[in-house]
Write a protein that binds this ligand. Structure first.
Ligand code: HEM
Length: 223
């Protein structure tokens, strides 16, 4: 029988999901840190945004990001779909750690939250990046006024509510995804797992909480 290329095997897919997941976690760390600058001041946030989009490599970085995003989504979906299939066949003989229902609940929650967050990202980029457009009027350079844009978006209650719901989903996805990514890469040891799991929970709370705070703080006029 012909051998299957590594990236099509179950292990290959898991490694790809883990590597792209780690890439996305790094992006989220950068994204939440940058967005939190709005708490320091609108000018600080706008000059951060301006520096970011003036980077000559931005198009290459964005293309890479799109590639990583889609690879993560497609491989995760294929892996989940294959697991459903295998589960049907091996239903009576499987012996997952923690029992069948818990494991399948976690992976179903991951695919559900992942698909919902992906849907959000499409709408989010469409509106935040390409939709609303404000320009700082007291400069001749046409610098984008991202803070006014964010304030306009987060003065609308239903938009804030949608963001809050999705940010909880982002946190849930990271809660499980962080330690799972390291396990898929074979970085697993009873002692290390003791550190990785709480580190994942902390990461999920800090990143999810950071994102969650922005629309809420703007809507409640804290900033
Ligand atoms: C309250 C939460 C968030 C706020 C306030 C926010 C804000 C923004 C803003 C202002 C932009 C436009 C930047 C620009 O035009 O250069 C942007 C872009 C983007 N956001 Fe968010 N974001 C949030 C959450 C998220 C989450 C959770 C994800 C992913 C899961 C995400 C993914 C993206 C992506 C992929 C882009 C496009 C980046 C690029 O192409 O340069 N955002 N976001």
């Amino acid at each position: 029988m012909a051998s299957t290329p590594g990236y099509f095997t179950s292990v290959g897919k898991k490694i790809l999901i883990a590597l792209t997941g780690i890439g996305l976690m790094l992006f989220l760390m950068g994204h939440v840190s940058g967005n939190l600058l709005i708490f320091i001041g609108d000018d600080t946030f706008n000059s951060y945004g301006h520096t970011l989009i003036s980077n000559p490599l931005i198009l290459v970085i964005e293309a890479g990001l799109v590639g990583v995003f889609f690879t993560h989504l497609i491989t995760a979906f294929l892996n989940w779909y294959r697991n459903q299939d295998t589960r049907d066949q091996k239903y009576f003989s499987s012996n997952w750690a923690g029992g069948k229902s818990r494991k399948s609940l976690a992976s179903t929650a991951m695919i559900l939250s992942g698909v919902l967050v992906f849907g959000f990202v499409v709408l989010h980029v469409g509106t935040m990046k390409y939709g609303w457009w404000y320009t700082i009027t007291d400069t001749s350079e046409g610098i984008r006024d991202l803070s006014t844009q964010m304030r306009a978006a987060f003065s609308v209650a239903w938009i804030v509510l949608c963001y809050e719901i999705v940010m909880v989903l982002v946190g849930m996805h990271l809660w499980h995804g962080f330690s799972s990514a390291f396990q898929s890469l074979g970085i697993s040891h009873p002692k290390l797992d003791k550190v990785l799991q709480p580190a994942g929970w902390l990461f999920a709370v800090v990143v999810g909480g950071g994102f969650l705070a922005i629309p809420l703080a703007i809507f409640l006029k804290f900033i």
